[in-house]
Design a protein around this ligand. Structure first.
Ligand SMILES: [Zn+2]
Length: 583
């Protein structure tokens, strides 16, 4: 036994704090705090997670975080000598953290070549007429075939009891092993398990050889490991059938992030990150799972195909991801290659729609917020047009904004939840939080939706760009208000912090937003300044093309920046990053 846990406990007792006190102050779950003090590290799904919580807890206690992390590493080093340490971006170790393969590298190089020839215009009026390259079987002359995209398919049959805030769900998952490993198990993320007494698994079956059998299951935190009856070979298909019920928790109206996207409130139910979903698979680390934490968005998902039928209580309006058809109180949604399926429902919703570039934009709002609902619609329509021009075509036919009752915005494929508080305080001007929030959320359809990232370990990859995208919206449409935007979104907070932090290191959303969003927007501004407009916007568009429908990493981001500029990036690194970023 080392003195690692003892040091934490002793210091806590010295400060006369109970574990409950610390949990309340830091938002670190009680179980994790106890596990750290007892050196029972099995509750953490990886060393990286444990280290994030150790930094958070140590700095809360006023202990030297680096020392505690070193002590932890030493402890773990003995037990797991081969375990990797922090994933410092290494230019020569670049590999997409994805089990699916996007555009092949050759095509990427051709595009880069064309761009280098100057075929891109200055960003101000650039139109991407080419369709986004589809991810599909790519003929390859090499001996080792590359993994082929075969989207996992989710078929969900939902009965929503609106008045009781409960759901009955039958979920079928069709998965083909596109990894290069034989898989003894599947790993599902079950995010509702973060809340007690919310998710009840009634039945689970698996079909590998033409008959349904009951697998062994191993729940841990918000994950569910399903042991397969026999190992799943490469390219082999398996079907999983789950029956479960959800009793929704009440949403805290002050919640700004993930907790506000799941539950019920007075006028609506919000279903974000609500169904068991396969974890991404990494060729080196296997299934990668993430501990839940109520700061930021603790989710990482691969794109998949969704076919969802929702039978709702009469009189309830449903707003979901994808192409909608409706028969009475049965709502059907189809979404291909979506990073998530979410929906909101309310018996109060009013709806306004608009068209842009062949996309129908739907704005769902509560009856007293018609003007704000219209403003959100107009902003989304313009933002879709701008970001389509800058980043590439929006991949779906519909985009929905749904007013829900929390204090933030939450992005899902083809759908965004926007907090009622922003509608309530809408003042009819362009200097009102609803406008930049809507623009920020729309840009997530590209940064998060189309190109995903690990939102736990590298949250800046989508949030920094989304926040800067809100600025780009102002620059394009409301140039007289850009100074207001910098003050409102960034300068008034005098933000500090390094942008490449993982969410477990932040004690609260203020710290998180300062480092990741606000410093993130400053970083994007300085990166643009350093690269110049043609290279900066050429880079962003190419990043979207190359990593469409995949999960990109910081390493991918900077390797691509390097293809567009020879500028000195060291000052940016020193200003904004802890880790080495410059390839
Ligand atoms: Zn965001």
């Amino acid at each position: 036994m080392s003195d690692f846990g003892e040091r934490l406990r002793a210091r806590r007792e010295e400060k006369e704090l109970s574990l409950d006190d610390v949990a309340a102050e830091t938002r670190i779950p009680l179980d994790y705090l106890r596990a750290l003090e007892e050196e029972n590290f099995d509750v953490f799904t990886s060393d990286l997670h444990a280290r994030g919580f150790i930094r958070n807890y140590a700095s809360f206690l006023g202990l030297e975080a680096d020392e505690l992390v070193a002590a932890y590493n030493e402890l773990r080093g003995q037990a797991h000598p081969k375990k990797a340490i922090l994933p410092i971006p290494q230019p020569d170790a670049a590999h997409p953290r994805s089990s699916t393969l996007g555009l092949d590298a050759l095509l990427g190089l051709v595009i880069v070549g064309l761009l280098a020839l100057g075929l891109y215009a200055s960003y101000t009026r650039q139109n991407h007429v080419e369709p986004t390259p589809t991810v599909g079987p790519t003929p390859t002359p090499t001996a080792t075939p590359l993994p082929v995209y075969q989207g996992t398919a989710y078929t969900l049959d939902v009965y929503l009891n609106y008045a009781e805030h409960s759901l009955r769900v039958q979920e079928r998952v069709d998965y083909t092993n596109v990894t290069s490993d034989t898989l003894p198990d599947l790993l599902l993320s079950v995010h509702p398990n973060h809340f007690r007494n919310t998710f009840t698994l009634e039945d689970i079956k698996v079909d590998m050889d033409g008959e349904w059998v009951k697998p062994e299951i191993f729940p841990l935190d918000v994950t569910l490991r399903v042991e397969l009856p026999r190992p799943l070979k490469v390219n082999e298909h398996v079907a999983l059938m789950l029956d479960y019920s959800l009793k929704l928790p009440k949403i805290n109206p002050n919640e700004e992030f993930s907790g506000g996207g799941f539950g019920y409130s007075k006028r609506a139910v919000s279903l974000g990150n609500w169904y068991p979903v396969l974890a991404p698979y990494d060729p080196e680390d296997g299934w990668y799972n993430r501990n839940y934490y109520p700061v930021g968005d603790p989710y990482v998902t691969e794109v998949a195909d969704y076919d969802v039928t929702i039978t709702a209580t009469q009189g309830v309006i449903v707003a979901g991801t994808g192409l909608e058809t409706r028969e009475g109180n049965r709502w059907h949604y189809k979404a291909e290659k979506a990073r998530s399926f979410a929906f909101a429902a309310s018996d109060k919703y009013q709806v306004a729609t608009a068209e842009v570039d062949g996309i129908t934009v739907h704005s769902y709002y509560f009856p007293n917020n018609e003007e704000a609902g219209q403003a959100a619609l107009d902003t989304a329509r313009q933002a879709l047009e701008l970001f389509g021009e800058l980043y590439g075509p929006y991949p779906y036919k519909d985009y929905r904004l749904a007013e829900t009752e929390f204090a933030g915005g939450m992005e899902f494929s083809g759908l965004t939840f926007l907090g009622a508080v922003f509608y309530d305080e809408y003042d009819g001007t362009t200097r009102t939080p609803l406008i930049p929030l809507t623009a920020h959320e729309v840009s997530h359809q590209w940064f998060y939706g189309l190109v995903g990232n690990d939102q736990v370990i590298e949250p800046w990859l989508d949030e920094a760009v989304a926040e800067y995208s809100a600025y780009l919206y102002y620059e394009r449409y409301l140039p007289d208000d850009t100074d207001w935007w910098w003050f409102y979104a960034v300068d008034q907070w005098a933000p500090t912090g390094k942008i490449d932090s993982i969410i477990y290191e932040f004690r609260d959303n203020r710290q998180y937003m300062d480092a990741v969003y606000r410093r993130g927007a400053q970083f994007m501004r300085d990166l643009r300044e350093t690269m110049g407009d043609p290279a900066f916007f050429g880079f962003l568009a190419e990043y979207q093309r190359r990593y469409a429908y995949r999960l990109a990493t910081s390493t991918d981001f900077f390797a691509l920046v390097r293809e567009f500029t020879t500028a000195d990036l060291v000052p940016l690194q020193e200003e904004y990053f802890r880790q080495r970023i410059v390839p």
